[in-house]
Design a protein around this ligand. Structure first.
Ligand code: AHM
Ligand code: MG
Length: 355
């Protein structure tokens, strides 16, 4: 018997244990991020269970839009949003929240922002709810009815100073995030996370109800063989994007054409890009000069993860994580994935004179 392998199989690294271990490397850490993340994890488990039951719930609800208890059925994205907001508010560690589903930012009530706690003489009181969470509770929800993988995306900032959060605490470049991740509701439920120490993937063990570390230190391949884009918009693209896709399909110099893979669900498309390499893009086009995807809770968290995994994320103008958002629901074009593939699109933009 291989004792080392056996020991590994029985020594389960749960997500909470992993984050605690990592945070213990920072002497100033007080466990607040671990608590905040455990509430995000709770939201993800709930959404995972709801997504798995979605088809069945629909059948039960067929006689009208009510379920067997006679309650009105909530759409899954609305339900997921409520669950995340409630979980984050009750964590006692959150201050400002931004959700794709809410028009304005949410300020967690003072009574739910944790309490003042003494730490030491020089910094006698410390405010517990130092975190701002930006999230898309259920991205790609238009795909639910056909069983395609969907996901939750989140990014975390720490308050700049003081105790009461303001909107400028979230209108900050993505490089200032302290953590980001997504949860993929697919053939298995997987949470991919970075707390600034590389990217690590955890798979939900449904029997244990725990996310277990299954993909430590994820690295995006330096170059990939896949491009991923909604090619139906090609007519409206700018020249560099058109040229990139043309080269991907008709390469010169004996190179092999790239494969096209596009699910139309960002979490699934980015997850594949992280694992297999290549490029995912949602470029600007004449109809949508800023692309479709939202900077704060779609582009930034994914760009953060891709950079942490050794890839790049570019907006067509600059490094995605350098953009300073002016509005919470601002959009941005995005090209992200393997380092060399993103380098190619960057050179095309530089050569085009559009920058
Ligand atoms: P949503 O936030 O309304 O769900 O839209 C975001 C989704 C992403 O998951 C995906 O990358 C993109 O929209 C697909 O858009 P399109 O259908 O235009 O290709
Ligand atoms: Mg979305």
């Amino acid at each position: 018997m291989d004792h080392a392998a056996d020991a590994q199989r029985t020594d389960l690294m749960t997500l909470t244990r992993f984050v605690l271990n990592e945070q213990s490397k920072h002497p100033e850490a007080r466990g607040d991020l671990t608590i905040l993340l455990s509430h995000i994890v709770l939201g993800c488990k709930f959404v995972c269970a709801a997504v798995n039951k979605a088809g069945l719930a629909k059948l039960i609800g067929l006689a009208g839009d009510t379920n067997i208890q006679g309650e009105e059925q909530k759409k899954l994205d609305v339900l997921s949003n409520e669950v995340f907001i409630k979980a984050l508010c009750s964590s006692g560690r959150a201050n400002v929240l931004v959700s794709e589903e809410n028009e304005t930012e949410i300020y967690v009530e003072t009574s739910r922002r944790g309490r003042f706690a003494p730490i030491n003489i020089s910094q006698y009181y410390h405010f517990l709810s130092r975190y701002c969470v930006v999230f898309d509770p259920l991205d790609g929800s238009s795909n639910i009815d056909c069983g395609v993988s969907i996901g939750t995306i989140f990014g975390i900032y720490m308050l700049k100073d003081g105790k009461a959060g303001v909107v400028s605490d979230v209108l900050r470049p993505g490089k200032e995030m302290v953590a980001a991740g997504y949860c993929l509701y697919g053939s298995s439920c997987m949470l991919v996370l970075s707390i600034g120490n590389g990217v690590h993937g955890f798979t939900l063990d449904p029997a244990l109800g725990e996310f277990i570390l299954t993909h430590p230190v994820m690295r995006v391949p330096r170059k990939g063989k896949i491009y991923s884009v909604n090619e139906g918009n090609a007519k409206h693209w700018d020249e560099p994007t058109k040229k990139y896709v043309e080269i991907a399909k008709f390469p010169t110099g004996g190179s092999v054409p790239k494969s096209l893979r596009y699910i139309g669900s960002m979490v699934a498309d980015v997850h594949r890009t992280l694992l297999y390499g290549g490029i995912f893009m949602y470029p600007a086009d004449k109809k949508s000069p800023n692309g479709k995807l939202r900077l704060l809770y779609e582009v930034f968290p994914m760009a953060y993860l891709v950079e942490q995994a050794g890839g790049q994320a570019f907006t067509g103008k600059e490094r995605a994580l350098d953009v300073v958002p002016k509005k919470i629901h601002e959009r941005s074009p995005i090209f992200l994935g393997s380092f060399e593939d993103v380098e190619e699109i960057k050179s095309l933009y530089h050569a085009s004179g559009l920058l």
